[in-house]
Design a protein around this ligand. Structure first.
Ligand SMILES: *[C@@H]1O[C@H](CO)[C@@H](O)[C@H](O)[C@H]1NC(C)=O
Ligand SMILES: *[C@@H]1O[C@H](CO)[C@@H](O)[C@H](O)[C@H]1NC(C)=O
Ligand SMILES: *[C@@H]1O[C@H](CO)[C@@H](O)[C@H](O)[C@H]1NC(C)=O
Ligand SMILES: *[C@@H]1O[C@H](CO)[C@@H](O)[C@H](O)[C@H]1NC(C)=O
Length: 410
């Protein structure tokens, strides 16, 4: 849900920018330099043949046309006939997109401020020459097969607002110069093959940072941009404590799942404005802090599963709609508010050391899994995923070692 909202937000950003300096109604004579560059760009690309798609992109680029600025799909010119927006591909969902490579001649479009490549199978590297395009505000080259390193020159583009290179095969590290991009608001480099250390600093005004599904290692920086709304570095090789998150008061989406992060979860993250907190499959320890019950919004999700959390479950997460706490070391009785407040839809508590679950009326619309704890789950409370196994309770010898005061009073 939150993810969807952010893609909408991204699109809005793109849309706003694309409506800025355009002027395709008046017939602008295209600059001969730009026309020639478009010819060279076309020479290295082809439309992927498709039975279902009704519109081919490159076939609209007919160089005998008297007015390329208005007849070429994906080309928008300024009033002086310079190309300001180049969007390669129709972007239609039934279109398979383009194949081929990106021509370095893109850099001859000297007034370009948006460069977009829609989903396809374009290969090869991102031409380093585009780093000379000082007006570039948006670079969005997603869901293709671009490879090689991200050209260092891109990180010198002082006006860059959005850089989205997600879902390609880009490799190499993210350079430290990223922190110098003082206009950058949206950075999406997820689902590539990036490696090296996570940069120690990101631009202050960054709102959206997605580096998920790469091979990035190192620790979270002590300070992350305080404006962040969306942060995902899921599925990488990060380790060390959950640094830098305390001051992110505008954060609504946090995904650091599937790393090797350790230490405890900062208390400040247990707040309803953080609508999605995904920290599963790390090495986190400590407990769920004491906090008064709050109202989480609809669509809220907290996933702390597959960690090493200890202690009793507090009331801090009451109101969360989808809550995964399974595969931890949690003990005690589950507070009754978790099932009484009516907002819960999924509650996974399996593979812990819980000793009690409150009585109460449960509607069929709630999925609760309680298997493999230090109790026999009440009848019907075993809406468990297949991976949970068949055993309803933990062997008792495992449970006795976890009883309070095992060593003295027992
Ligand atoms: C290109 O446009 C010219 C007229 O401007 C037309 O005669 C020609 O058939 C077009 N070519 C293609 C491939 O559509
Ligand atoms: C994470 O925990 C696993 C299992 O206990 C351990 O093998 C690994 O070394 C830990 N990694 C870090 C970075 O703490
Ligand atoms: C944890 O819960 C158990 C049983 O619900 C209770 O006996 C114990 O006092 C609790 N421990 C703490 C530290 O609250
Ligand atoms: C807990 O008590 C049991 C016997 O009741 C003993 O076998 C076990 O070693 C104790 N565990 C710890 C961690 O002290």
């Amino acid at each position: 849900m939150a993810k969807k909202c952010f893609y909408l937000f991204l699109l809005l950003v793109l849309y706003n920018l694309s409506t800025q300096p355009t002027n395709s109604l008046s017939q602008n004579k295209i600059s001969p330099i730009d026309l020639n560059a478009l010819r060279e760009i076309k020479n290295q690309l082809t439309d992927i043949p498709s039975i279902t798609s009704t519109q081919h992109f490159l076939s609209s680029w007919n160089f005998t046309s008297p007015d390329p600025c208005s007849s070429f799909l994906g080309v928008t010119c300024s009033s002086s006939g310079k190309v300001v927006v180049l969007a390669l591909g129709t972007g239609l969902t039934d279109s398979p997109g383009l194949a081929g490579t990106l021509s370095p001649s893109i850099a001859k479009l000297t007034e370009l401020n948006q460069l977009i490549l829609f989903s396809g199978i374009v290969t090869g590297s991102i031409p380093a020459q585009i780093g000379s395009l000082k007006n570039l505000r948006v670079i969005a080259l997603t869901n293709n097969r671009l490879n090689g390193a991200i050209p260092a020159t891109i990180f010198n583009l002082a006006n860059l607002h959005t850089l989205d290179l997600s879902h390609n095969q880009l490799s190499g590290p993210i350079p430290a110069t990223i922190s110098g991009l003082t206009q950058l608001k949206v950075l999406v480099l997820g689902s590539n093959r990036l490696s090296g250390l996570l940069p120690g600093a990101f631009p202050d005004q960054l709102l959206h940072l997605d580096l998920s599904s790469n091979g990035i290692s190192g620790m979270l920086p002590r300070q992350l941009p305080s404006a962040l709304h969306y942060l995902s570095v899921a599925q990488n090789h990060l380790w060390g404590p959950l640094n830098g998150l305390e001051l992110l008061s505008d954060l609504v989406y946090l995904d650091l799942s599937m790393n090797q992060l350790s230490g405890s979860i900062p208390t400040s993250l247990f707040r309803p404005t953080l609508n999605s907190m995904l920290l599963q499959r790390n090495n986190l320890s400590g407990g769920v802090p004491q906090a008064s019950p709050t109202t989480y919004g609809s669509g809220s999700i907290v996933d702390l599963s597959h960690n090493f959390l200890t202690g009793n479950l507090t009331t801090a997460l009451i109101g969360v709609e989808t809550l995964f706490l399974n595969n931890n070391l949690l003990t005690g009785t589950v507070p009754k508010e978790y099932i009484n407040t009516g907002s819960i839809k999924t509650l996974y508590l399996q593979h812990n050391y819980f000793t009690g679950f409150p009585d109460g009326t449960l509607t069929d619309s709630i999925s609760i899994c309680l298997s493999y704890n230090c109790m026999v789950p009440p009848i019907g409370l075993a809406a468990c995923p297949a991976s949970t196994g068949e055993q309803l309770s933990r062997p008792s010898y495992q449970c006795s070692a976890f009883r309070k005061g095992n060593s003295s009073s027992d």
